[in-house]
Design a binder for this molecule. Sequence first.
Ligand SMILES: Nc1ncnc2c1ncn2[C@@H]1O[C@H](COP(=O)(O)OP(=O)(O)O)[C@@H](O)[C@H]1O
Ligand code: SF4
Ligand SMILES: [Mg+2]
Length: 353
Amino acid sequence: MAEKVLQIRNLTAGFVTEKGFVRATDHVSLELDRGQTLCVVGESGSGKSVTAMSVMRLIDYAGGFIETGEVLFSGSDLVKKKQQEMLKIRGNRITMIFQDPMSALNPVFTVGDQIAEALRIHKKLSKKEAWQTSVEMLRRVGIPAPEMRAKQYPHEMSGGMCQRVVIAMALACNPELLIADEPTTALDVTVQAQILDLLRQLKQEFGMSMLLITHDMGVAAEVADRIAVMYAGAVVEEGTVKEIFEQPRHPYTIGLLKSIPGLEGERGGELYTIKGAIPPISQLPRGCRFHPRCPHAMDVCRQQEPALIASPSGHKAACWLDESELKGTGASAASASSQTPKVTISSKTEVAL
Ligand SMILES: Nc1ncnc2c1ncn2[C@@H]1O[C@H](COP(=O)(O)OP(=O)(O)O)[C@@H](O)[C@H]1O
Ligand code: SF4
Ligand SMILES: [Mg+2]
């Protein structure tokens, strides 16, 4: 069996508010095999970033805490670690990149110095070695004239260039796990594609594992091995890219697939949107958390929460509908369009949607 680099088990994390403890994640369980990419997908507010912040134990600094659960990283539980111990892991064995590269860079230091600093702290390199490695990293992330660029400040670079610097910084210490939280959301479409390509290529080169968070199913299709779909704090479906795109089992996943820009929109039709909004997690409905927005909600859905059940192949879904009923309702992704347009996944697979 593949070695697990990350096993999140029953993670419940949240924040203390005026109304008491509010869960942002509700018994989330996820697994990532070494060398693989797991994409966590869901609308804004579904608990994706809180999951990532919990793995990094940055939630402690954001006014939140982990109520229950385990985060096993290479078998050792990060939830039990002291922040002192996390300092050796964070930025070294696990690194993270965020949506806004500018917030990750210090405006008063050159980009070369910032990468070199991480190498000096974690890898104990000399000043000269750290600088040379820093220039080499800038070269590897496709920055032209890296010797000159290393001496520049973040404000002298474009957003796409800054994100490349952040990626260089995140990879400089050769992490086992890279967490990328909406790494391309702030970038324009062309640059977005370049950065995704770069991440895919570097993941191979560096042999690391990646947890990529995105609200965009199209991005997940490009980079994921497996996809976990989160809704209102919980994982509602999880499977391989092929399973999620070809045989989605949860109506929420089907809604996300139908909303991929370039399918409905490309043909001049209106882009599909899932009706309604994600509820604040403090006001979750009884039963299935998706039922107020689900076109297939039944009585049982309003009463009892469905468990996340795995098929023999390991494809998991939390929904009372079984596969035949899902087909019967016409809810499959294939029915999203009568003209069955195709979305290209990782240039390897073409899937009719
Ligand atoms: N610092 C915070 N204080 C209180 N609630 C928060 C905080 N950060 C996030 N939340 C809440 O946690 C939930 C999940 O947020 P988040 O993980 O950021 O969602 P996502 O990344 O999927 O958009 C949301 O309801 C959000 O309002
Ligand atoms: S359990 Fe019911 S309400 Fe929830 S997603 Fe499935 S069909 Fe829809
Ligand atoms: Mg987020």
